[in-house]
Design a protein around this ligand. Structure first.
Ligand SMILES: NC(=O)c1ccc[n+]([C@@H]2O[C@H](COP(=O)([O-])OP(=O)(O)OC[C@H]3O[C@@H](n4cnc5c(N)ncnc54)[C@H](O)[C@@H]3O)[C@@H](O)[C@H]2O)c1
Length: 336
């Protein structure tokens, strides 16, 4: 589908679900960007879920979002149970503002929902020459190291730094693969990679349905488990949001709002070494990229490089959508 037609369709659907035009545009742009970078697990396959949660009054389509100034660097945002994209957009904008004024910004968002791909918020800050961290918690998916029940979410860690034309953006789940990929495999009846999840009996499974009923494995064993825990503390405990396995699964748990938390940390990249930061970053990346290549590698990519190339390659192309998604969109659009 042509990008502009898809965009106006999504906006129309979300406006029918009572979002303002501005909020619908923020959501549409995020969902389309996820499709463009081929992160389909965070694209249009989630639109129905957001709409279902609005219909069940678990997402507030007309939130009164409050920004509390703690000091000139630090703000706390109460999302009033908005769709995650909207409060995160306000959160990163505030974190950018705070860092531009004071060198450092720290913004917490509470009472929010699933906000999609962290890298998009990091990109906003990096464009303003800021170094940035974005954290969000997610519903239980990973068993803490030593436990046999899921509790941590796939809790992504995102770090961005300006680096000239293509920024350095590391944006990774703390599970071996992100949960959206497992949901997508389930929908498409595909196997998931070996060794990324266990079934409910604790055996390795490549069956997506069994994996969703069981538990995902953290990346890097106990280290990944520790990092997922760290994100739970930063996004959940510190911000006053759900934590300790209490974040509701947006697809399966309709017993209440998700109460997801986000944390944005922004730092002026010039704060210690001035304008030299970018040239030092370029030097740093060059030193890594020119290393002799391991067997099977033609080049060394840095985090964010591949996604940036995909964006450039796909941004003027039509967006392929499955018949199932088209059918869902048609039904969602029929709502009065
Ligand atoms: N909102 C949520 O609740 C939530 C939860 C989990 C994940 N997510 C999002 O899902 C997205 C995907 O996460 P993921 O774990 O599947 O990411 P991934 O495995 O695709 O990539 C992880 C990181 O590795 C880098 N990378 C990939 N290939 C590389 C290579 N060949 N060389 C060097 N670096 C490389 C990427 O640039 C990225 O920074 C992220 O944007 C994340 O924010 C969101």
């Amino acid at each position: 589908m042509k990008k502009n037609i898809l965009r106006s369709n999504i906006i129309q659907i979300l406006k029918k679900h009572k979002l303002s035009k501005k909020h619908a545009e923020i959501c549409a742009d995020h969902l389309i960007k996820a499709e463009i970078v081929e992160a389909k697990s965070h694209g249009l396959m989630r639109l129905k879920m957001y709409c279902d949660r609005i219909k069940k009054k678990l997402i507030n389509p007309t939130p009164k979002i409050k920004i509390k100034k703690i000091n000139s660097s630090v703000s706390l945002i109460d999302a009033n149970n908005s769709i995650g994209f909207v409060s995160a957009d306000i959160g990163i904008s505030q974190a950018i503002k705070n860092a531009k004024k004071n060198g450092v910004g720290l913004v917490a968002v509470k009472n929010s929902g699933h906000y999609g791909l962290s890298s998009f918020y990091a990109e906003r800050a990096v464009k303003e020459n800021l170094v940035v961290f974005c954290f969000t918690n997610a519903p239980p998916a990973i068993a803490p190291h030593g436990a046999k029940k899921s509790l941590f979410g796939t809790n992504p860690i995102c770090f961005g730094a300006p680096a000239g034309k293509i920024p350095f953006i590391l944006d990774t789940s703390t599970s071996k693969i992100n949960r959206g990929k497992i949901r997508r495999a389930q929908k498409l009846n595909e196997k998931i990679p070996y060794g990324v999840a266990l079934d409910k009996f604790g055996n390795i499974t490549t069956n997506a349905t069994k994996a969703l009923k069981g538990t995902q494995l953290p990346m890097a064993g106990f280290r990944g488990s520790g990092l997922a825990w760290m994100v739970d503390i930063l996004s959940g405990v510190l911000t006053g949001s759900s934590h300790g396995g209490k974040t509701k699964d947006p697809f399966d748990d309709f017993s209440g709002p998700q109460n997801v938390g986000h944390l944005f940390i922004t730092i002026d990249s010039k704060i210690f070494i001035g304008k030299k930061f970018i040239s030092e970053m370029k030097k740093n990346i060059r030193l890594v990229k020119k290393l002799p290549k391991a067997k099977g590698f033609k080049s060394i990519f840095y985090p964010g490089e591949r996604k940036n190339k995909l964006y450039k390659k796909n941004s003027n192309k039509d967006i392929p959508l499955s018949p199932e998604i088209l059918n869902q969109m048609e039904k969602l659009n029929a709502i009065k």
